[in-house]
Design a protein around this ligand. Structure first.
Ligand code: FUB
Length: 367
């Protein structure tokens, strides 16, 4: 059921997802106070796609001529907010579909739970799905028994599930936010990774480090990863490689470039024979994008697709349906700002004649 929201509603504070140190938390508290002080009403540009559950990180695909959405399933587990994102304590997935972009949203129910997955302990974060030869694959990150994020896969004969998980996570997988892209030649690639709570910073040596480590501010930022998938889509066909994001001078984006460096939420789509790599900038809350000529990159930074939403995280997917392009994203409007209780939404994307994506805002401030 779609929400018919009465507008305007109060703008909630931006609430921190996680912070590495007290200074960062103080900065975020200031942002929250400022946002409350400066804006007390806003108009949202789209409504939650469903209102009877909280949903986030929507990965949208067209399967069987319908739009299928594979989101995270937010709930209030009572876990206090902390630096590692423990409050995002999701325990299952639902699948949704729409016959057309303005149509009703069908909830296909619970399709996989953490109890179903032998290796997983908690925190079922942003998933993605793929289809190959009539079989459907749900890729999902979760923490294992050692509190290390791994990426699992579960299969079904139907896009709406339910999905049967593999016994073990994908060998050699780590961190979060898998996004599986099917290239025009029929090869499949998984992009993944996320810093801070997503643990990518722990894997710089190839082994899981006990402490967080980041490159210096003037050094290249931590890169998201890509791995070609095996024919059965159940394993990596190669060692994960770095995805390079370059600035306008062909130099890697640096750690200190918080407005543009990769944080989490990788997604790839193709438009006019170019590969568009889009991602969240995390603590600067944008969905940004970069363009390249190969699924492996390098990708050159282009700009912002979606400016900060209400809530701390920003996570999206992009899909073409009947000649139009749509951005699926989430915000915390329905929960009035609770960062771990988000709602998936969608908006149409526009490209200019050079293939640049018009920057979008998810809300307008009212006087
Ligand atoms: O939903 C949990 C995490 O929050 C996702 O994996 C991140 O991308 C962020 O949206």
């Amino acid at each position: 059921m779609k929400l018919k929201q009465s507008l305007p509603i109060l703008l909630p504070a931006l609430i921190a997802f996680g912070c590495k140190d007290n200074n960062k938390q103080e900065e975020k508290d200031e942002v929250a106070e400022d946002s409350l002080a400066q804006q007390d009403t806003i108009r949202y540009h789209s409504e939650p796609l469903i209102t009877d559950h909280y949903t986030a990180d929507p990965s949208a695909h067209v399967f069987e001529d319908k739009i299928f959405i594979y989101p995270s399933h937010d709930w209030d587990s009572g876990k206090p907010e902390d630096d590692t994102g423990n409050h995002f304590n999701m325990k299952d997935y639902h699948v949704y579909s729409m016959e057309d972009p303005n149509g009703e949203v069908t909830d296909h129910g619970e399709v996989l739970t953490v109890e179903d997955v032998a290796w997983a302990e908690r925190q079922m974060w942003a998933p993605d799905a793929a289809e190959k030869d009539g079989k459907y694959y749900l890729f999902f990150p979760a923490k294992d028994k050692d509190d290390i994020f791994r990426i699992g896969v579960a299969t079904s004969n139907n896009p709406e599930g339910p999905f049967t998980p593999e016994e073990e996570p994908i060998e050699g997988s780590y961190s979060i936010d898998p996004a599986v892209y099917k290239d025009t030649d029929g090869e499949y690639y998984m992009y993944f990774g996320g810093i801070w709570g997503g643990q990518l910073q722990r894997w710089q040596t190839g082994e899981f480090a006990e402490e967080d480590e980041y490159p210096a501010d003037d050094e290249p930022a931590l890169r998201p990863k890509i791995a070609k998938m095996s024919d059965d889509l159940l394993s990596f066909a190669e060692e994960p490689k770095d995805v390079e994001i370059l600035d306008e001078n062909g130099e890697p984006i640096t750690t200190g470039d918080n407005d543009r460096r990769f944080f989490e939420a990788a997604w790839v789509h193709q438009y006019n024979d170019k590969y568009y790599f889009s991602y969240s900038t995390g603590d600067t809350h944008n969905i940004a994008y970069a363009i390249g000529d190969s699924p492996y990159g390098p990708f050159t930074y282009q700009g912002v697709i979606l400016e900060p939403v209400v809530g701390w995280t920003n996570h999206h997917s992009i899909v073409e349906y009947e000649g139009k392009w749509y951005l699926f994203y989430h915000d915390s409007s329905l929960s009035e700002g609770k960062t771990y209780l988000r709602s998936m939404k969608m908006m149409e994307i526009e490209y200019d004649e050079d293939g640049k994506i018009k920057t979008m805002q998810s809300y307008t401030e009212l006087d």
